[in-house]
Design a protein around this ligand. Structure first.
Ligand code: C2E
Ligand code: MG
Ligand code: MG
Length: 609
C-alpha cells in the first residue's frame, strides 16, 4: 500500500516561490523553483531540519523518477550540487552490482506495491561507485496534487570499509580490481629480492591488447571497460598465488612470475594468449581481441624493476611488429633493431610532413574493351638513405606510430587530386582506386574524410574507389555495413581487396553495398595449370555475379593466366603482364597513347553491370 502525504507537499511546483514561513509545519521542506533548481529549506520547523540534517540521503522525485528535491546527505553522496541534480532521473544515478539498470525490477514493485527496496551502487560524479541500500515509497498527493516518490539512501560502507576503499583506490585498478602500476612495482621489487636470495630466475611479462582502441571506438567505453575487466579475470585465473598480474595502463597488463624457467614462461605466455583470444560475448555482440606479450628475465636481461619492465615492453613491441597474438623474449639484437625501428618511425613522420611519400599507379584493364578503366594508387616512400621502400616495409611502422590514418588521408587526397588533374588535362575518364586501412575505416569521421578529399580535389565520386580487405571489413561487420552505406550514398565504389584470403561471412557480403571483388593474387598465380585455383576463381566469379558485383583479377603475370581469367568471366584484370605500378609521368604517357602493354584478351565477356 502506498503511504499518503498528510499535508500539502512543498515539492509541488505550485508552491514554488511561496513566501518564507508559508511552508511552516510541512513534512519535507524543499521546493523546486520554476526553473527546476532546488531551493534551500524555508522556515525553521522540525520537519525541515530533520529532513535536511538526516544522516541518510533523502531524495524526492516525481512518479517518473525525476528528482524534485534532496537533502544535504544525498548531495554529498552523489557529489552533485542542487542545480546539477535538479531534473535528473534517479535511475541515472544508480546501477545494480553488475553495472546494469535496476529500474525495471524496481518499477514493477513500485507499480504493484508502491514500495521497493534493494541494493544499488550509487554513481558518484567524482569518485568510485558506492554500495548502498535504497528504499523508495510512493507518497500519494492530496486532492489534485500528483503523487511523489520518496527515496531513502543508506550508505553500506563502514569506516573500516572506507579505509579499505582508500587503499583500493591507491593500489588497485578500479576497472579490473587488479593491482595497479604502483603496487606492481612494489611486488616486483619484493620478488627480485627473493629471487636474489633463492638464486631462481624470474620473468616479467608486458602484455598489450592488439587493436583495443578499435573496440573502444566502435563499441564504446562501457563495453571497453567490461572487456578489460574480463581480460583481467582471465589472465589472473591462470596464475599461481605467488604470481602477480597488474593493469598498468590503458590496455596494458604486467605479470611477474617468480621461480620460473624461460621454457615455463613461454608456456604461461601461450596460455595467456589463448585465454585472451577466446571471444567475448556482450549481449548479441561477439568481440574477439588478441594480445602481444614481451618477456624479460631476471637476472639475465636486467636486475632493476624499471629496466625489466622497459625491456619486456620493448619485446612486446617487437612481437607486435611481427603480427598480433604472439609473444617474444627480449634479446640484445632486438634492442639494436628496435632502435633502428624508432629511427625509421621518426623518418616516416618527417617524410609525411615534408611530402617525401609518393604514389605509383597500376592500370586495371577492362576485359571487354581492352582499355584502361581504372588505376590503383600504391604508396611508395623514397627514403634518403634506404632508397625506395615498398608499403610492406613501412606501413607496419606507420601503424605502430599511429600514422596510418594521416597517411591514408594523404594518399586519398593525392590520388583523387591527380585523377582530377589528368581529366582536366584532357585524359580519359578513369576510376582511381585507393587502399584503405582498418585504422582509416574505423575513424568516426571516416566518411567525412572521404567526402572532404573528393570535394577538395573536385573529383566526381563515381571515379573514386576504395579497396578494403576482408579482414578490415569483417573486423566489425555491423559498423562496416553502416560506413559502406554512407560511402554508397556519397557515390563512391568499394571493392574487397585480396578476396579469398580472409574470412568473409556471406551474409555480410550480401549486406555490404559493394562494387567489386578483387580475386587475390595467390589464386590467379595458379589458374593456368592448377585446376583447384581455376575452380576457386570460377566460384568467386559466380558469387560476384549473384551479388551483382564486378570481378577484378589481380597479379596477372602470364598470357596463360589472362586467358583462363577471361574465360572464367573476370571483368577487369590487373598485373605485371598488363602494367606494373609506375610513377605519374609514364602513366600519363601510357594514358595519352591510349594503349596498354598487353594484347586485348581474346574472349570478351558480358559485364554484370
Ligand atoms: P594490394 O592492394 O593488393 O596491391 C597490389 C600489390 O600487388 C602491389 O604491391 C602491387 O605492386 C603488387 N602486384 C601487382 N601486380 C602484380 C603481379 O602481377 N605480380 C606480383 N607479384 N605482384 C603484383 P605493393 O605496391 O607493394 O602494395 C602491397 C600492399 O600494400 C597493397 O596490396 C596494399 O594492401 C598495401 N598498400 C599499398 N598502398 C597503400 C596505401 O596507400 N594505403 C594502404 N592502406 N595500403 C596500401
Ligand atoms: Mg589494393
Ligand atoms: Mg590486393
Amino acid at each position: 500500500m502506498a503511504a499518503t502525504l498528510e499535508r500539502e507537499s512543498p515539492f509541488d511546483p505550485g508552491v514554488a516561490g511561496s513566501p518564507p514561513g508559508r511552508t511552516g509545519g510541512k513534512l519535507l521542506p524543499l521546493s523546486a523553483t520554476a526553473g527546476g533548481c532546488l531551493e534551500p529549506p524555508r522556515g525553521e520547523d522540525l520537519g525541515s531540519r530533520a529532513f535536511e540534517e538526516a544522516p541518510n540521503g533523502i531524495v524526492v522525485t516525481d512518479v517518473d523518477g525525476r528528482v524534485i528535491g534532496a537533502n544535504a546527505a544525498f548531495y554529498a553522496a552523489v557529489s552533485l550540487d542542487r542545480a546539477e541534480l535538479a531534473g535528473r532521473n534517479l535511475w541515472e544515478l544508480v546501477t545494480d552490482r553488475q553495472g546494469g539498470d535496476p529500474s525495471s525490477v524496481a518499477e514493477a514493485s513500485l507499480a504493484r506495491a508502491g514500495r521497493w527496496a534493494g541494493p544499488v551502487w550509487l554513481l558518484q560524479e567524482r569518485g568510485p561507485r558506492r554500495g548502498s541500500w535504497l528504499t523508495i515509497s510512493v507518497v500519494e498527493g492530496r486532492g489534485a496534487q500528483p503523487p511523489r516518490r520518496v527515496a531513502v539512501w543508506t550508505d553500506l560502507v563502514s569506516p573500516h570499509d572506507r579505509a579499505r576503499e582508500l587503499e583500493q583506490l591507491a593500489f588497485y585498478d578500479p576497472v579490473t580490481g587488479l593491482p595497479n602500476r604502483t603496487l606492481f612495482q612494489d611486488r616486483l621489487l619484493q620478488a627480485i629480492h627473493r629471487a636474489r636470495r633463492s638464486g631462481q630466475p624470474l620473468a616479467v611479462f608486458f602484455l598489450d591488447l592488439d587493436g583495443f582502441k578499435r573496440v573502444n571506438d566502435a563499441l564504446g567505453h562501457r563495453v571497453g571497460d567490461l572487456l578489460m575487466a574480463e581480460v583481467g579475470r582471465r589472465l589472473a585465473s591462470g596464475l599461481r598465488a605467488s604470481d602477480t598480474v597488474a593493469r598498468i595502463g590503458g590496455d596494458e597488463f604486467s605479470v611477474v612470475l617468480p621461480d620460473v624457467e624461460p621454457a615455463d614462461a613461454a608456456l604461461v605466455a601461450r596460455k595467456m594468449l589463448a585465454a585472451v583470444a577466446a571471444p567475448f560475448q556482450y549481449g548479441p555482440q561477439k568481440v574477439a581481441v588478441s594480445a602481444s606479450i614481451g618477456i624479460a628475465v631476471f637476472p639475465a636481461d636486467a636486475e632493476s624493476p624499471d629496466e625489466l619492465l622497459a625491456l619486456a615492453d620493448e619485446a612486446m613491441y617487437e612481437s607486435k611488429g611481427r603480427g598480433p597474438d604472439g609473444y617474444r623474449f627480449y634479446s640484445r639484437t632486438m634492442h639494436a633493431r628496435s632502435l633502428a625501428q624508432l629511427r625509421l618511425e621518426c623518418d616516416l613522420r618527417r617524410a609525411l610532413e615534408d611530402g617525401c611519400l609518393n604514389l605509383h599507379y597500376q592500370p586495371q584493364l577492362d576485359v571487354r574493351t581492352g582499355r584502361i578503366a581504372a588505376v590503383e594508387a600504391l604508396v611508395r616512400w623514397h627514403h634518403p638513405r634506404l632508397g625506395t621502400l615498398p608499403p610492406a616495409r613501412f606501413l607496419p611502422i606507420a601503424r605502430e606510430a599511429g600514422l596510418l590514418a594521416h597517411l591514408g588521408d594523404w594518399v586519398m587526397r593525392r590520388a583523387f587530386g591527380r585523377a582530377r588533374a589528368w581529366r582536366d588535362a584532357g585524359g580519359p575518364p578513369l576510376r582511381m582506386a585507393v587502399n584503405v586501412s582498418a585504422e582509416q575505416l574505423g575513424l568516426p569521421d571516416a566518411v567525412d574524410r572521404v567526402a572532404a578529399a573528393l570535394i577538395d580535389s573536385r573529383l566526381e565520386p563515381r571515379f573514386a574507389e576504395l579497396e578494403i580487405t576482408e579482414s578490415v571489413a569483417m573486423a566489425n561487420p555491423e559498423r562496416t555495413a553502416e560506413t559502406l552505406m554512407d560511402l554508397r550514398a556519397l557515390g563512391v565504389r568499394v571493392a574487397i581487396d585480396d578476396f579469398g584470403t580472409g574470412y568473409s561471412s556471406l551474409s555480410y557480403l550480401q549486406r555490404f553495398p559493394l562494387g567489386a571483388l578483387k580475386v587475390d593474387r595467390t589464386f590467379v598465380q595458379g589458374v593456368d595449370g592448377d585446376p583447384d585455383a581455376a575452380s576457386i576463381v570460377s566460384i568467386i566469379v559466380a558469387l560476384a555475379r549473384k551479388l551483382g558485383l564486378e570481378v577484378v583479377a589481380e597479379g596477372v603475370e602470364t598470357r596463360g593466366q589472362l586467358d583462363v581469367l577471361v574465360r572464367a568471366g573476370c571483368d577487369l584484370v590487373q598485373g605485371f603482364l598488363l602494367g606494373r605500378p609506375i610513377p605519374e609521368v609514364p602513366l600519363r604517357a601510357l594514358l595519352a597513347s591510349g594503349s596498354q602493354n598487353a594484347p586485348p584478351p581474346s574472349a570478351p565477356n558480358p559485364s554484370p553491370r
